[in-house]
Design a protein around this ligand. Structure first.
Ligand SMILES: Cc1cc2nc3c(=O)[nH]c(=O)nc-3n(C[C@H](O)[C@H](O)[C@H](O)COP(=O)(O)OP(=O)(O)OC[C@H]3O[C@@H](n4cnc5c(N)ncnc54)[C@H](O)[C@@H]3O)c2cc1C
Length: 466
């Protein structure tokens, strides 16, 4: 086997190849892991350098965000520290602002450039892996940008948990029925994975928490799920989607299908069916769109803004550029429908990262590339403690068995043994003791106490709504 690494093309690396990975999420982290494992000798000799550029020093295991919001997993255990797992790579905390692939350069802002007020840095590369994922697809709905919150990051998940408990505290202490009503109304827009799981877990947590309030009962709260299409959770199929609607309604959750949010100006959620809900909580989970950085490259995009890719995970029509995950339009070779693309989910992202890493190694060694092929296996979703729904390899499960499968599956998938052990320990302890019901929203204002002591004003609206 020919193990020679192709030589670098830039003057600063006459003998090596720099692989630049943009994004430290599923694709970025798993690709880097694969490369660092397969190119051990080359990394040691300095023939290859792997640079990962990412805004945060951790990878977020997004399927655990709803459990983090419910307080079943602590925020630190939902993330994987990149510097520890990618110890053979260079981690740069920053953001790619643009990419000139023709010149093999990326322009980055880093914490240092921001601190120094300096111009963005240019970094050259030989191979580019573009994996910035997706961002919330926000529509121009009046008031949404001012009052909505997404559910894609650990900050949002924990912020929402604190916010929900704070609203219960407000409701418990106010004498104004209008404020109480708005505080206890929670509107979620979007009936996909993120929306249904976040609502299911938070409602379950709030229902439990209510038993510690003398004047807030579960039936005082309004939980509303708004979905534009006629079904929710399409990932688990039609039958299980219908079951989920029935299960949520049984819990007194107001599921409104074929309904859209039209406005949330002045903290009143106005729906397309005419309903109006004064509320301090609008959670927007109505889909994702490819990351806007893709438009700041000279690489080809499809009509939906995803990078046009081949089934070998190269970017179409160019050399030395690779992509996968939510940002990439990868042909689904297992589908009978011509033109199908793989869906933006973790199931594909993890597997694509493995093939992508292998293909870069094949490319560097002059070997033929592999084709990415994976038929969607189905999905599992949690709807709260001991409640779930699943449709995996044709098997449909609901209730406790689906919830148990959800936990087992994600425990097997969360990266590193360290994280698995910590999550397992937390679940075990949670089974032995009562649930956590505390809100630490004040963590978001760590200087408030000191500022007050120093004679300053307390921060405005410390119980600020999202
Ligand atoms: C709440 C929730 C629950 C989910 N549950 C499931 C589930 O149960 N099953 C499932 O299959 N899928 C699930 N998903 C979807 C899954 O998490 C995504 O499909 C997956 O994360 C996509 O991987 P990715 O690497 O493409 O993007 P990401 O994992 O989002 O990674 C993108 C990375 O790029 C970084 N980045 C962004 N911009 C830049 C820039 N300019 N420069 C450098 N870096 C940048 C980001 O900070 C991030 O680290 C869920 C998603 C959410 C939000």
């Amino acid at each position: 086997m020919n193990t020679a690494i192709s030589r670098g093309t830039t003057p600063e690396r006459p003998n090596g190849a720099r692989i630049l990975i943009v994004g430290g999420g599923y694709v970025g982290m798993y690709t880097a892991l694969r490369l660092q494992r397969k190119l051990k000798a080359e990394l040691k000799r300095g023939d290859v350098e792997i640079v990962v550029v990412t805004p945060d020093p951790y990878m977020t295991y997004q399927p655990f965000l709803p459990e983090a919001a419910a307080g079943n997993i602590s925020p630190r255990h939902v993330v994987v520290p990149l510097r520890r797992v990618l110890d053979q790579c260079k981690i740069v905390i920053g953001e790619a602002q643009s990419i000139d692939h023709a010149k093999r350069t990326a322009t980055l802002t880093t914490l240092a450039t921001l601190e120094e007020g300096a111009e963005p840095e240019q970094i050259s590369y030989d191979q580019l892996v573009l994996a910035p994922g997706s961002v919330s697809r926000v529509l121009p709905i009046p008031g949404l940008a001012d009052h909505g919150i997404g559910f894609k990051t650990v900050e949002e998940a924990i912020g929402l948990r604190n916010h929900v408990i704070e609203q219960m505290d407000i409701a418990s202490s106010t004498r104004d029925p209008a404020i109480r009503d708005a505080a206890l109304t929670f509107v979620f827009v979007g009936g996909g994975f993120a929306g249904v799981e976040a609502l299911g877990e938070l409602e379950d947590m709030a229902r439990y928490t209510a038993r510690y309030y003398h004047n807030v009962k579960p039936e005082d709260m309004k939980w509303i799920l708004v979905e534009a299409s006629n079904r929710i959770l399409p990932e688990v199929g039609e039958e299980m989607g219908k079951y989920t609607v029935t299960e949520l309604r049984r819990r007194n959750i107001d599921v409104r299908l074929e309904t859209r949010l039209e406005s949330c100006v002045d903290r009143v959620a106005v729906l397309s069916d005419g309903a109006r809900f004064p509320t301090r909580t609008v959670v927007w989970t109505a889909g994702v769109k490819p990351h806007p950085i893709l438009a700041a490259t000279d690489l080809p995009l499809n009509e939906r803004g995803r990078l046009k890719c081949t089934a070998e995970l190269t970017v179409e029509g160019v050399t030395h550029a690779w992509a996968a995950g939510d940002a990439a339009a990868v042909p689904d070779v297992t589908s009978k429908q011509p033109g199908s693309e793989t869906a933006p989910n973790a199931q594909h992202a993890v597997r694509q990262a493995r093939t992508l890493g292998d293909n870069i190694v094949h490319f560097l060694r002059g070997e033929p590339l592999e084709t990415y092929s994976h038929a969607y296996a189905g999905s599992v979703a949690s709807l709260g403690l001991h409640k779930g729904v699943a449709h995996v390899y044709g098997r449909k499960l609901k209730g406790y068995s689906a919830w148990f499968m959800h936990r087992t599956y994600h425990l097997s998938r969360v990266p590193t043994f360290n994280r698995k052990a910590r999550v397992m320990a937390e679940w075990t302890l949670a089974g032995l003791f009562k649930r956590e019901i505390v809100s630490l929203g004040s963590l978001e204002h760590p200087r408030a106490e000191f500022e007050l002591a120093a004679g300053g004003k307390p921060p405005e609206d410390p119980k600020g709504s999202s």
